[in-house]
Ligand binder design. Structure first.
Ligand code: ADP
Length: 721
């Protein structure tokens, strides 16, 4: 019998099949491995497997009382491992990355008032009793917070018997009542109704890939909610997975879901507590969780009966996981749907070029929502040609944008300034010698953060104070911040508009889902006049009072030579622009650029998305870049550069050749040193039909591995750093 362990191994190990028990594939078991015990999953036998001598095998130590990992999930894990070339065990590990799954769960204690008064009444004690008098039982921390007392007060009352402890089932409490598809939703417009009908028509009819495309505010969410309702009605245990790129910002979606279906969906993301993870995992496996809204790793939940997958904002770069198992969640979601024989809906106002090409070729079916709901017009987008603006040195808001901001403020409306750069300044340089402050062993930039006047690396947790002396030329007090980040822009806005309510939304100022929700609420309730944000602010939000968007540096994403630079910039700026002017208030967008004639700017200003896509596709096709060709990257890294180079040379000598393939490199990665490791890259380019994984596998097999060098494989790379 084979058991797959959640370790970076490619194969399942053999164990003796216990005579008394039938252990079907998917069963969780504990097995001995060396001197330890490990939890693993009974895996399907390999097809042409040689029979092993049962007598030599070790016994399974324990069979766990957990739902089995369903067939479709196991097949999906196999598929992802084959495609991404990650060890099978590493993929399994993602699917059960829930250590709490294996811990016996303790009952959850809540407190109710027993009806008795405390021996000695105090104001604090009275508040606790007041909270419980009319309300439901609460946990200790929750109760202490609600009554504004310390945990000690609650404990004291429990010891005296004034509060009564209730033991609750640990896995309950997470399961909401099932969503009700028949709760009435909004009345859809004719276009929306037609779109919803086309999506719903695919439910229960096997695999189909659909693309729901429409400008921000056209009602895509309302429309896919209809498809979810149809899926829920289609079978008594039917389940739906909704993937979202950034879980910190999904509260608005969860609220809308609740308003539409009368119950919150199960959510799945990295901030969940162990108990909530366990409950979600078990809910997916048993069918108790009917709808799961989650970040990319939700794809690996053990759904029992998946009837529909929705990928919201399918073009979002956050879907690409860049660490450990390197995979693209949108692409893998399509595979998941096909293995589960259910439809998938990819949703976006600006689909990825990959998705668009699949629509053109007829592989995906395109469903369009042409207009904003309720007649709201699209914002007017105009370029501000920075070459013609005399913007003072050290400032980033042009006179033109300043004037527009002022007018908007005077009209009592809200504005957003977009700059996709965290921190105060992207670099610190020496005024005397021009040196850029950098770590010795790392080429990732150090970013200036105003809070604490420190330099921070955004790739690891390194920080240091701003140096007093230039590390290179030794001059004193010459190190200055260089360039703008959102914090610096905040300073500029405060100087220009004293007394206004201004706030910065970036991952440094908004650290959790809760803080994000509070921030979004402040915007929605118009408690802020000017919001300054990174891409965090651009995702799928509805801000009714926002009427002016200023894109501070539209050219930012275009440098760097990434093959998707143009596409990403277009998607991101269009997404930001879409925040302006919903509902009855018309919006306006000012795009500050030094290259107003660039195709991306032209497409934005002219509102001609289709032309942009056609153009971009033609260029990629001509050059054989994805999606018209295939790519795989190999990233070699190690602390000893000599070793890394030696391995790179050995690989280069064996690099595959052929008319349909070329191998570029090895070359030092743009981040040639990261977290102390030297990095060199290869890029494999191949024609579309080539089995690039087979090619890479065959290549790597010819060169012995080196222990000191790590080789990461990135199939369909999106990052070239
Ligand atoms: P998108 O997902 O395309 O950005 P949404 O579904 O968020 O669009 O819709 C934008 C706004 O318009 C939301 O506040 C939504 O509730 C509202 N809306 C969309 N369609 C309708 C409708 N048929 N009836 C009422 N409100 C609608």
């Amino acid at each position: 019998m084979r058991v797959l362990l959640p370790l970076a191994l490619d194969l399942a190990y053999d164990y003796r099949t216990p005579p008394e028990a039938v252990l079907p594939p998917g069963q969780f078991v504990e097995v001995p491995l060396g001197t330890k015990r490990r939890i693993g999953v009974v895996w399907d036998p390999a097809p042409q497997e040689a029979a092993v001598d049962e007598a030599k095998l070790r016994n399974v130590a324990r069979v766990l009382d957990l739902p089995r990992l369903p067939d479709s999930t196991r097949r999906f894990i196999d598929w992802v491992a084959r495609y991404t070339m990650a060890p099978l065990g590493s993929v399994l590990r993602m699917a059960i990355a829930t250590p709490s799954l294996f811990q016996p769960s303790r009952p959850v204690i809540t407190y109710a008032w027993s009806g008795r008064e405390p021996e000695r009444q105090t104001a604090a004690r009275a508040r606790v009793i007041d909270v419980l008098r009319d309300g439901p039982p609460r946990g200790a921390a929750d109760l202490a917070e609600a009554a504004a007392v310390s945990d000690g007060v609650v404990r004291g009352l429990a010891e005296q018997g004034v509060l009564e402890a209730i033991e609750n089932d640990p896995d309950a409490g997470f399961l909401e009542p099932p969503p009700d598809p028949d709760t009435p939703g909004p009345v859809l417009s004719a276009d929306q109704r037609e779109a919803a009908g086309r999506l719903s028509g695919k439910i229960g009819d096997g695999f189909a890939a659909l693309v729901l495309e429409g400008v921000t505010g056209s009602g895509k969410t309302e429309v896919y909610f209809e498809a979810i309702a149809t899926a829920l009605r289609s079978a008594s245990g039917a389940q739906v997975l909704v993937l979202v790129p950034e879980i910190a910002l999904t509260n608005q979606l969860l609220d809308r879901f609740e308003a539409r279906f009368g119950a919150r969906p199960m959510s799945w993301h990295s901030e969940l507590t162990g108990r909530a993870r366990r409950a979600a995992w078990i809910g997916a496996a048993t069918g108790g969780a009917r709808v799961v809204v989650g970040a990319r790793s939700a794809l690996f939940l053990p759904f029992r009966d998946l009837a529909l997958i929705v990928v919201d904002e399918e073009h979002d770069p956050a879907y690409k996981q860049e660490e450990q198992v390197i995979y693209h969640a949108r692409d893998m979601a399509v595979v998941r749907a096909s293995l589960s024989a259910c439809p998938i809906i990819l949703v976006s106002a600006t689909p990825s070029l990959e998705t668009m090409v699949n629509c053109w070729s007829g592989k995906y079916e395109r469903v369009m929502l042409p207009q904003r709901h309720g007649g709201a017009s699209l914002p007017a987008i105009e370029a501000v040609d920075m070459r013609r603006q005399s913007t003072p040195r050290g400032r980033w808001i042009s006179p033109r944008l300043e004037e527009a901001l002022r007018a908007n403020v005077e009209a009592g409306e809200q504005s957003l300034l977009f700059l996709n750069r965290r921190g105060y300044a992207p670099a610190a340089i020496c005024r005397a010698c021009g040196n850029r402050v950098q770590r010795d062993n790392c080429s990732a930039p150090l970013v200036v953060h105003r809070y604490g006047n420190r330099l921070q690396c955004h790739h690891c947790d390194f920080t240091m104070p701003m140096p007093k002396k230039c590390p290179k030329c030794g001059a004193e007090d010459t190190i200055i911040p260089y360039g703008p980040g959102v914090e610096r822009l905040g300073e500029e806005v405060e100087a220009l508009f004293p007394g206004l309510r201004v706030a910065v939304m970036a991952s440094d100022t908004v650290r959790s889902a809760r803080e994000a929700q509070d921030f979004i609420e402040r915007i929605e309730k118009h408690q802020l006049d000017i919001v300054i944000g990174t891409q965090l602010v651009t995702k799928g939000h509805h801000f009714p009072m926002l009427t002016l968007v200023g894109i501070v540096d539209a050219d930012l994403g275009l440098s760097g030579g990434d093959l998707r630079a143009g596409e990403r910039t277009y998607q991101q700026l269009w997404q930001v622009a879409g925040r302006a002017g919903r509902a009855e208030r018309p919006g306006r967008v000012l795009v500050q650029t030094y290259m107003p004639e660039h195709p991306v700017m032209q497409a934005l200003i002219g509102g001609d998305g289709p032309a942009f896509y056609r153009n971009e596709a033609a260029e990629r096709e001509e050059a054989g870049w994805p999606p018209y060709g295939r790519l795989a990257a190999l990233i070699l890294s190690g602390v000893d550069e000599g070793e890394v180079l030696a391995h790179a040379r050995a690989l280069a000598a064996r690099a595959p050749r052929g008319p349909d393939i070329s191998v570029l490199g090895p070359a030092p990665a743009p981040y040639a040193r990261l977290r102390g490791r030297f990095r060199h890259r290869f890029l494999v380019r191949a024609k579309r039909g080539v089995d690039i994984q087979g090619l890479v596998r065959g290549w790597l097999a010819q060169v012995p591995e080196r222990r000191s060098v790590r080789t990461a494989i990135d199939i369909d790379p999106h990052s070239f750093l």
